[in-house]
Design a protein around this ligand. Structure first.
Ligand SMILES: NC(=O)c1ccc[n+]([C@@H]2O[C@H](COP(=O)([O-])OP(=O)(O)OC[C@H]3O[C@@H](n4cnc5c(N)ncnc54)[C@H](O)[C@@H]3O)[C@@H](O)[C@H]2O)c1
Length: 253
């Protein structure tokens, strides 16, 4: 791994880091010099990503967490504070996606998606913000929303509602935490080839190439590109309350 160093000394948490985008973000932050705690509901997966991160003796750790469970979140954040001696960057990445038309959507499914994607962001952020408020230097919270947080699409109303919620939460919290030196932003990916996207394509009967027709740049984004955006947001001390699209030119607001 060639180290870049722009995040040297930064202690980061990535949720949903056991696979997909979260794993890629964890690797990207590590490559930039950050010490990374990989958190996931699948603790074994988080542990194996932490092993990947521990190259050249780099500080890394894993913890199991269910972001929808207050106690589990408190325990995981405590473990990270012990392991990394503080937290400078939180990446709220854990999320779930299902598809259903609103008329067919059960209350249980609506609640499950809102619970992981929106309530999970609230619980993780609240716990970590309490720690960050006692810290100093550059500190930031970056949540992974989606282009679905900017635009509604059929069969994704519950997912879209949860991702719009992340952006509203981000804007409000940016104002609350600014005087503490903490920035709060969101990144909105378009399409990164992960298990989530592969199963979405299967449900819609569409290939990745077909799904890319909505993008100006007709290729998927990479987790590395999302990590680069997160690194920029962490280092910039003037950007807060933003939801930045890294989507190959799909939505323009
Ligand atoms: N892949 C894309 O194109 C894309 C586009 C826009 C937004 N996103 C968002 O990026 C994030 C990651 O997506 P992905 O494609 O890597 O999905 P994925 O399904 O491949 O990975 C999601 C990870 O989150 C973990 N997770 C799920 N529920 C959890 C919980 N309750 N507590 C802790 N961890 C939990 C899973 O175990 C898994 O490791 C999600 O928030 C998703 O909505 C993805």
């Amino acid at each position: 791994m060639t180290l870049i160093g722009e995040l040297d000394g930064v202690r980061a948490i990535v949720t949903g880091a056991g696979r997909g985008l979260g794993r890629g973000i964890a690797l990207g932050l590590r490559q930039r010099g950050a010490a990374v705690a990989a958190l996931d509901i699948d603790e074994d997966a988080a542990r194996s990503v932490a092993d990947e991160l521990a190259v050249d003796g780099a500080k890394s750790m894993a913890a199991g967490v269910d972001v929808t469970d207050e106690r589990s979140v408190q325990a995981a954040v405590e473990k990270v504070v012990e392991g990394l001696a503080g937290i400078d960057l939180l990446v709220n990445n854990a999320g779930v996606l299902t598809i259903a038309r609103v008329v067919d959507l059960s209350l249980a499914e609506w609640r499950r998606v809102m619970d992981v994607n929106a309530t999970g962001v609230f619980l993780m952020t609240r716990e970590v913000a309490r720690v960050m408020m006692r810290g100093e230097g550059a500190r930031s919270i970056v949540s992974i929303s989606s282009i679905a947080g900017k635009r509604g699409d059929p069969e994704l109303a519950h997912y879209s509602a949860s991702k719009f919620a992340v952006i509203g939460f981000t804007q409000a919290l940016a104002r609350e935490l600014a005087t503490h030196g903490i920035t709060v932003n969101a990144v909105c990916p378009g399409l990164v080839e992960t298990e989530m996207i592969i199963s979405l394509g299967q449900s819609w009967g569409e290939s990745v190439e077909e799904m890319l027709q909505a993008q100006a740049i007709r290729r998927p984004q990479t987790a590395e590109e999302i990590a680069a955006a997160i690194s920029f947001l962490h280092r910039s001390r003037s950007v807060t309350g933003q939801a930045i699209n890294v989507d190959g030119g799909t939505v323009f607001n």
